[in-house]
Write a protein that binds this ligand. Structure first.
Ligand SMILES: Nc1nc2c(ncn2[C@@H]2O[C@H](COP(=O)(O)OP(=O)(O)OP(=O)(O)O)[C@@H](O)[C@H]2O)c(=O)[nH]1
Ligand SMILES: [Mg+2]
Length: 295
């Protein structure tokens, strides 16, 4: 069979719905999602194999002005992901003005000389007339191959987006096995699921200052998987909040995480969690790398 592939980066400011879109395209939850900005920290491939074409969508961290070493890593990850791909999808909010993040990303896309598709997301939240204004503002600002209004939540327009992406496929062997949906190792998916629940359950800066390390991941003969995870946070006071009264918060987080881990693994999971403090780890090159945020 003559095969094709297309590698397509999904970029945009934090919280626009890049990971929601990636999950919808893949048809499985492979990237964590939250209503807080800066949820995604790594570049994550979502793999979609349709007939003789394999799409590799590269979900990236939200482009922002970084204030920590971790932020530097995230922003660099976006920059690097825009180079050497077949096309980029810039995801934006349905707002009729262009922000500094979009301008900076458009500049990078232009410099990379790679074709750009604009995906105006969250159209389920706006009226048609408003959408036309958004389209007008963006078509004036840059040369897009296509402008596609979508809702990553309802799936509206996503099939059309995929159709446009097909244009960028090139003759090539498949880059990943056909049945794979992400390039992340299972351990990393488990750590990310726990981080998602931290983002869901905790307020303000606390979840942004957490990192999760899987210290044990082993399968018993019966197929049950034992996972030990350590949650790192930045302050002793945060540790108290994560654990909660009589451990109630940690229990809630762990229970929610275990359910998703079981869904992803397709088997029973025993999850044990600990909480430790690493003061201001996001500002330490060494610790940021240590937690896996490095190329
Ligand atoms: N109403 C609506 N909400 C959406 C849509 N797409 C995403 N969201 C919501 O927007 C929020 C952010 O979604 P994410 O997918 O985590 O956004 P992201 O761009 O990956 O964010 P970062 O990883 O922080 O850069 C979540 O609360 C989503 O449920 C959409 O099409 N419609
Ligand atoms: Mg994301």
């Amino acid at each position: 069979m003559k095969t094709k592939s297309a590698m397509i980066t999904i970029c945009g400011r934090p919280n626009v719905g890049k990971s929601t879109l990636t999950n919808y395209l893949v048809g499985e939850k492979i990237a964590i999602v939250s209503n807080k900005p800066q949820t995604t920290r790594n570049r994550i491939c979502g793999i979609v194999t349709r007939g003789n074409t394999q799409f590799v969508f590269v979900d990236t961290p939200g482009y922002h002005r970084s204030r920590t070493k971790l932020g530097d890593y995230m922003v660099n990850t976006v920059r690097e992901s825009i180079a050497d791909v077949d096309a980029t999808i810039l995801v934006v909010e349905p707002i009729a003005s262009i922000g500094v993040q979009e301008e900076a990303l458009l500049e990078k896309i232009k410099a990379s000389k790679c074709p750009a598709i604009l995906a105006i997301n969250k159209i389920d939240t706006v009226e048609k007339e408003k959408l036309l204004e958004v389209i007008a503002v963006y078509s004036e600002a840059a040369q897009f191959d296509a402008i596609i209004p979508i809702s990553a939540k309802t799936g509206d327009g996503v099939e059309q987006l995929l159709k446009v992406c097909e244009k960028y496929s090139v003759d090539s062997p498949f880059l990943f096995p056909e049945d794979l949906t992400t390039d992340q190792p299972e351990r990393q998916v488990m750590a990310e699921i726990i981080r998602e629940k931290l983002l869901w359950c905790l307020e303000k800066e606390i979840p942004h200052g957490t990192a999760v390390e899987i210290t044990k991941f082993s399968e018993r003969d019966s197929g049950v998987i034992d996972i030990d995870a350590t949650i790192y946070c930045e302050r002793a006071s945060h540790k108290g909040i994560i654990i909660g009264k009589q451990g109630a918060m940690l229990k809630k987080i762990s229970t929610m995480a275990r359910t998703d881990c079981e869904k992803f693994m397709g088997t029973k999971v025993y999850l044990t969690t600990w909480v430790k403090v690493k003061e201001n780890w996001r500002d330490s090159d060494f610790l940021v790398r240590n937690f896996g945020y490095s190329e």
